[in-house]
Ligand binder design. Structure first.
Ligand SMILES: [Zn+2]
Length: 293
């Protein structure tokens, strides 16, 4: 009996303890991309307490009166970490938050910034997906980040823009907002023509293999990728991985969309089972070498 108790206590301690020493605590920090434009590049691994669920990329633009933040983090806790990273660059307040997509770490910090006076913008279909997913997302996140989820309120954008494309100017900064529907329905990318930068959201992954989920639409993603190519941006801030250029985005992501369409598309027409097809094609050798989960 005593042995059993010891084992149980041991297990309980194991369950409630925080990040292990091996997991380094991630603190977001900004890197300059172009004049007044910054990226915050998150780690590539899974969500956890050590990274506060910030395993994705973020960005911001410093305008004359404030800051436009691109994606708001996975919780109120992680939103505060992003805010801190912005503060290291500028004392200006975050007046605007733009959501590129509906995955937890792209929008669950909205409420934190709204409470501090920010307008929260998203495109209509992004909001739609956020509304469908948030309950499931909060439950899932709790398993990864536990107590860090405290105080998080799932708040959708209060400034909703029509799809599939919208040109807007925020405090003098021109923005071309384009729907991609790549990773989740209603995913978008944000193009800043004046500085030739695109924040692609989950349309582009570099350094790790692209996530293809049941709800991802490879054909729409490929079409959106072609649109990205036509913009010919100088700098790309991908959804995951380092800040890069069009050539690497094409190698790591664009070519993979084409590969999937060429191979999985044929398999689907031949009525191969989905499981078999994905086993065969989900992680082709030429695209996994940069995987680092
Ligand atoms: Zn993502």
């Amino acid at each position: 009996m005593r042995l059993l108790m010891t084992v149980l206590v041991g297990l309980t301690i194991g369950l409630v303890s925080g990040p292990t020493p091996a997991e380094q605590t991630y603190r977001p920090s900004a890197q300059s991309v172009s004049d007044g434009v910054y990226a915050i590049v998150g780690p590539l691994g899974q969500r956890g307490e050590a990274n506060a669920g910030l395993n994705a990329n973020y960005g911001f633009i410093v305008t004359s009166s404030g800051v436009i933040l691109i994606d708001s983090g996975a919780s109120a806790h992680s939103a505060a970490l992003l805010e801190k990273a912005v503060k290291e660059v500028t004392p200006k307040p975050i007046h605007w938050v733009l959501n590129t997509g509906s995955q937890d770490h792209r929008w669950l910090g909205n409420d934190y910034f709204a409470k501090r006076g920010a307008e929260v913008h998203a495109m209509a279909n992004t909001v739609k997906t956020q509304k469908t997913l948030f309950q499931q997302q909060l439950q899932g996140l709790e398993r990864f980040v536990g107590q860090q989820l405290k105080g998080t309120v799932a708040m959708q954008a209060n400034q909703v823009h029509p799809t599939p494309e919208k040109a807007l100017t925020i405090d003098g900064v021109r923005i071309q907002w384009i729907e991609t529907n790549a990773h989740y329905p209603g995913d978008t990318m944000i193009y800043l023509p004046e500085v030739s930068v695109v924040f692609t959201g989950d349309l582009v992954y570099v350094d790790r293999i692209l996530g293809v989920l049941p709800q991802s639409n490879v054909r729409k993603a490929q079409a959106a990728f072609q649109r990205l190519v036509s913009l010919n941006p100088k700098h790309i801030v991908p959804g995951h991985g380092r800040v890069t250029d069009l050539a690497q985005a094409k190698r790591d992501t664009g070519d993979y969309y084409e590969y999937l369409i060429a191979n999985v598309g044929v398999a689907a027409r031949n009525m191969d089972s989905i499981g078999e097809t994905l086993d065969k094609f989900a992680k082709p050798k030429q695209f996994t070498l940069m995987g680092r989960f």
